[in-house]
Design a protein around this ligand. Sequence first.
Ligand code: SF4
Length: 365
Amino acid sequence: MVMYKADDWKDLDRERILCIQKQLIDWYEKNHRKLPWRETRDPYHIWVSEVMLQQTRVDTVIPYFLNFIGKFPTIEVLAQAHEEEVLKAWEGLGYYSRVRNLQRGAKVVMSQYGGLVPKELQEIKKIPGIGPYTAGAILSIAYDKAVPAVDGNVMRVFSRLFCIDYDISDGKTRREMEQIGNVVVPEENPSFFNQGLMELGALICTPLSPKCIACPVYGQCRAAQKGIQNELPIKKKKQAVKEVELEVALAWKEDKVLLMKRPTEGLLASLWTFPSAVREEGWEPGNSIIQELKEQYGMTVENIAYLFDAHHVFTHLKWNMKVYGCNLASEEKLEYPQVQWVTLDEIKDYAIPTAFKKVLNKIKR
Ligand code: SF4
């Protein structure tokens, strides 16, 4: 196919770079959306917003950000907070490892950096959960350092602007893009430049049908000049979604239902869910969860009845859940897993992941 190979960006002349910098900064200054995390230069607040914005839309993030900063206004407060409380504030945002790493990072900042987010790239990258993108965003926005912040949006813009045909799902391409960032991010106002790139990727240089007519760097864009903006970036086919058949138990003891706390590692770690089991092939419907309750929880149940289906899609995984209601007949105390019997009203005090919120909402209806 196309076009310029990635090495071409190394031939960029100084004048063109200056032009891109100026046009993008001017455009950002006049056109950027007013967002709560743009009202501050507090590195912690910027850190929280960048972590929330990974994999999540801006509109969704705004109320979560305001609530989170309201509850944990400083690194110190977050570092000292109970994990359960932090997970609760994240409930519904998904990808919970992000917030666990955020809190882990806050503890490291408190213990090793006197509560101040480091200003140097080599130091900030040592903090758990801060990768090259988040480091670049914090350093440029909070501290005015000329460090690139290259995420999927920025890679898309660079692919088009410099006509690069490398596969953006390949890790090597990201490093190449970061080198481009090192060349194009200006010493003067790197904050607006990086945010301008992010904003351009979000509003104008969108994945489908980029709005080139409205683009501030249209005159500098090699893909637009060649009319191939819709062919870029190159991205290999998505990984297939694996489907998992689950049985979920709503086990009742009078007006209370059984919740279990998931292990501290793995998918949905440390969150509260209803007990579930992968459906064993060839088994009678409901038997997998009955067996799970018996072996893992020491519980015998009766009056088991199928209630409804629920589905949830994670990045590369889809859960097809068959939900069963049942009553507790007998229980013996087992050490593991950690369980609680709670009324439907009390469930709101627990951090429940979206997959099980869907089940909960169906029960309430
Ligand atoms: S001109 Fe079009 S393709 Fe090029 S950067 Fe702007 S929006 Fe993207």
